[in-house]
Design a protein around this ligand. Structure first.
Ligand code: ATP
Length: 364
């Protein structure tokens, strides 16, 4: 288990210091696939480098199984890193690359041979063991880099955007492959990416970061369905933001609150938690509603009403852009069914319906 406690990292500059990490706390459980997700420059790599030991934090601590990790030099930490660039030795064979770290650790020759064979098997590269790494494809190099990092059996594997150099199809395959490797080895993975889809498909839990701080930690489903604040809702997936008035809180501990929408109709939406729901006071709030969570209906049945501004066909689904009567734009997504035909056209009056509890109140 890794505990990051109040870690800050300030880089001194000629004119002004720069705070890359502003008090980050999080706990990564044993055997977890944990992802740091956030836009470029939010501090993901810096946090990874602090855990690896390539960077020392300005303040805060990092514990591994309750022991101070920062007191150990990088090479002593049971932590290994896979870099975006792979950093393989081009003049060495695949097998030699995988053996390299083990030789540095002075492992017995027989043990090295066995581990290399196991690792080749694990990443399905046994037939290419004797090829030079300059003579294999990018996806294969990626596998070798993984095998090399896994060979010494670190407790924790840090992966810094390891799939970003691969094309789309290969990246998709490697996402599944990484998930398999993590499950088979039982090693804790801390994975850095700015790609929200990658984070959602691979992770047990995700920490969403922005400007050197952690904004939300949760399972992919929690992060997607219950974003705690506007930044998270906006960064992960598409979201409609609409304003409403909070008019009451359900007293049943469900976290449901009553809001009044622009046209005066009331509906129930979800607060970030039942505790926050009971602490909320009535007044203006922002709601986040996913495009696939609203339903297009005839105007009279709609909670929100407007005119259809655009219809975009995407193969698997269709996006409807609705210009709401109160001025905002709402994007709605519906799955296409075989043989289905839409009789709606641009300019039509339409309504939007929301199920009970659909939509999320965002924290300020
Ligand atoms: P990316 O996805 O682009 O790699 P990131 O979230 O990993 O971004 P970091 O590499 O952690 O971001 O950088 C966070 C901030 O700290 C950036 O603004 C970066 O310019 C700054 N930074 C990183 N290393 C240093 C350094 N050695 N000196 C000064 N500033 C630095």
């Amino acid at each position: 288990m890794i505990e990051v406690i109040g870690v800050t990292k300030v880089f001194p500059g000629p004119d002004m210091d720069f705070t890359a990490l502003g008090g980050v706390s999080l706990t990564v459980q044993d055997n977890e696939f944990f992802t740091l997700l956030g836009p470029s420059g939010c501090g993901k790599t810096t946090l990874l480098r602090v855990i690896a030991g390539f960077e020392y934090p300005t303040s805060g601590s990092v514990l591994l199984d309750g022991k101070d990790l920062l007191a150990q030099p990088p090479y002593r930490r049971p932590v290994n890193t896979v870099f975006q660039s792979y950093a393989l030795f081009p003049h060495m064979s695949v097998a030699e690359n995988i053996a390299f770290g083990l030789e540095m650790l002075n492992k017995p020759k027989a043990e090295i041979r066995k581990t290399v064979a196991d690792m080749l098997d694990l990443v399905r590269m046994t037939p290419m063991a004797d090829r030079k790494t300059s003579e294999i494809s990018g996806g294969q190099q990626q596998r070798v880099a993984l095998a090399r990092a896994l060979a010494p059996r670190p407790k924790v594997l840090l992966l810094d955007e390891p799939l970003s150099a691969l094309d789309y199809k290969l990246r998709k395959d490697m996402q599944l492959e990484l998930k398999r490797l993590q499950a088979e080895t039982g090693i804790t993975f801390i994975f850095v990416t700015h790609d929200q889809e990658e984070a959602l498909t691979m992770s047990d839990r995700i920490a969403v970061m922005n400007a050197g701080t952690v904004r939300q930690i949760g399972s992919p489903r929690e992060i997607y369905d219950q974003p705690s604040e506007r930044f998270v809702a906006d960064f992960i997936g598409e979201t409609n933001f609409i304003t409403a008035d909070l008019v009451g809180v359900e007293g049943d501990g469900s976290g449901l609150v009553r809001v009044r929408l622009a046209g005066g109709v009331e509906t129930h939406v979800q607060a970030p938690s039942s505790d926050l729901a009971s602490a909320m006071s009535n007044g203006p709030v922002t709601l986040a509603i996913r495009p696939e969570h609203a339903i297009l209906v005839d105007e009279p049945q709609g909670l929100l009403k407007g005119a259809l501004e655009n219809v975009v066909y995407f193969g698997t689904d269709t996006h409807f852009h609705v210009a709401l009567d109160d001025g905002g734009l709402f994007v709605l997504r519906q799955q296409n069914q075989p043989g289905q035909r839409s009789d709606m056209s641009v300019g039509d009056r339409v309504g939007l319906s929301l199920g009970r509890g659909v939509g999320q109140i965002l924290r300020d």
